[in-house]
Design a protein around this ligand. Structure first.
Ligand SMILES: NC(=O)c1ccc[n+]([C@@H]2O[C@H](COP(=O)([O-])OP(=O)(O)OC[C@H]3O[C@@H](n4cnc5c(N)ncnc54)[C@H](OP(=O)(O)O)[C@@H]3O)[C@@H](O)[C@H]2O)c1
Length: 389
């Protein structure tokens, strides 16, 4: 573990310390910046030590906070215990735990190697659960603390060709909601951050990024700012962006068969498209507008707006997939029935190492940087792990 002192001689901010996993890039790096800008000291964990060191330097200089780094591969069983023990040995308390590190694989379930499914579960589920279990007792004993688990809008719906990922995120959302209730009155809160498509290494060039309309893709900074604020307020679920909130609210009202058809059409049709070429048009990002908070009184009208927005979002997705046929016809074809014009009444959401901590050398580091081709499907990327910093 190494440390960069803040500009003010390394004095503690007094606000506490946040441990952020997956802090070397993407949403995690922005979450670290968001907490640092609010005066929190940081422990930055990931494999890319150089990226962590640069971030620690930046945060110390910009916000006069203390930032420690930990080079760790949390796909290694026992990594969570190793992190916990290293911090205990150093006498470092963690007031905010941010379980952000995550990976994804695209492709048919059967074509992705079992070890990759298990690796995803180890990082996205097992390490997250272990870290939460390890750091929570001290938070409860102190009478205060925050846990921020990064889930996804994928937690709300099954998605063919990404199957393990939404299943893992559904676990994260459910665990966090349960904890949030359990912890009531302890001073400790649990928040699930559920971003939609966000412009990070994880999704750049992915099939999903090809079918999701550009205005729906958010920047990691926007997502992190909203997630950090929700965490500090102790909110249970944070879904950044109006379109994402419409989608996650709407899918809880739609028939389950329709929900999985939409997810399946998007990923299967996207996979059938040609792979992106080197000179493809860059993803266009749209500035987020300030979104007013929805009060309880406005709940009814907000729900109506969500359903309307979901309808527009779904139609936009369907038209992107097939510009020649009416969306209702595509849905009906996928479901093997005639087009239905009526949506059924609302339904509720259904359940459906110690050796890990490593020094600076980076020896043995294994990182994939794009699509990993699976054998057996000519020219078609069958699965890919995205875990760039
Ligand atoms: N991007 C999206 O559209 C999106 C949407 C919803 C939810 N999310 C979730 O947001 C979180 C962050 O994703 P992102 O989009 O920011 O992805 P990203 O840019 O690929 O960043 C992933 C982070 O996880 C770390 N990581 C990956 N494997 C690791 C390992 N074995 N050990 C330690 N750290 C590891 C990476 O660091 P190293 O490579 O240095 O180890 C990196 O810092 C994930 O949980 C993801 O599921 C993303």
């Amino acid at each position: 573990m190494s440390e960069r002192k803040g500009a003010a001689g390394g004095a503690n901010s007094g606000k506490g310390r946040a441990l952020v996993t997956g802090a070397s890039g993407g949403i995690g790096r922005e979450l670290a910046r968001a907490f640092a800008s609010r005066g929190y000291d940081l422990i930055l964990a990931a494999r890319n030590e150089e990226a962590l060191a640069a971030l620690a330097q930046e945060l110390g200089a910009a916000h006069a906070v203390r930032a420690k780094t930990m080079a760790v591969d949390i796909s290694v069983p026992g990594a969570a215990e190793a992190i916990f023990e290293a911090l205990e040995r150093a006498g470092v308390a963690v007031e905010i735990l941010v379980n952000n590190a995550g990976i994804i694989f695209e492709g048919d379930f059967a074509s992705i190697a079992l070890e990759n499914h298990l690796r995803l579960l180890q990082i996205n589920v097992v390490a997250l659960t272990s870290l939460t279990h390890l750091f929570l007792p001290a938070m409860i004993a102190r009478g205060g603390g925050r846990i921020l688990n990064v889930a996804s809008i994928a937690a709300f719906m099954p998605i063919p060709r990404l199957a393990t990922y939404p299943a893992a995120k559904a676990y994260v959302l459910s665990l966090t909601e349960s904890l949030s209730q359990e912890l009531s009155g302890t001073g400790v809160t649990a928040t699930a951050l559920c971003p939609g498509l966000t412009d990070t290494a994880m999704v750049r060039g992915s099939h999903m990024a090809k079918v999701v309309p550009a205005p729906m893709i958010m920047s990691p900074k926007e997502v992190a700012e909203l997630g950090c604020t929700a965490c500090l307020k102790g909110e249970t679920i944070c879904v950044p962006g109006l379109a994402n909130r419409a989608l996650t609210s709407g899918v809880q009202l739609l028939p389950r068969a329709l929900v999985r058809s939409i997810g399946g059409m998007a990923t299967i049709a996207a996979a059938a498209r040609p792979a992106p070429v080197a000179a493809h048009k860059p993803i266009e990002l749209v500035e987020a507008k300030a979104e007013p908070q929805t009060s309880q009184v406005e709940k009814g009208s907000a729900l109506t707006r969500n359903i309307e927005a979901l309808s527009v979002t779904t139609e936009a997705l369907l038209r992107r997939l097939d510009g020649t046929r009416a969306p209702a016809a595509i849905v009906a074809e996928t479901q093997g029935s005639r087009p239905k014009t009526k949506v059924r009444s609302a339904t509720s959401r259904r359940p459906g190492a110690k050796g890990a901590l490593r020094k600076a050398s980076g020896a043995g580091r294994a990182r994939s940087t794009g699509f990993a081709q699976a054998p057996g499907k000519a020219g078609m990327p069958a699965h890919a792990e995205r875990q760039l910093s």
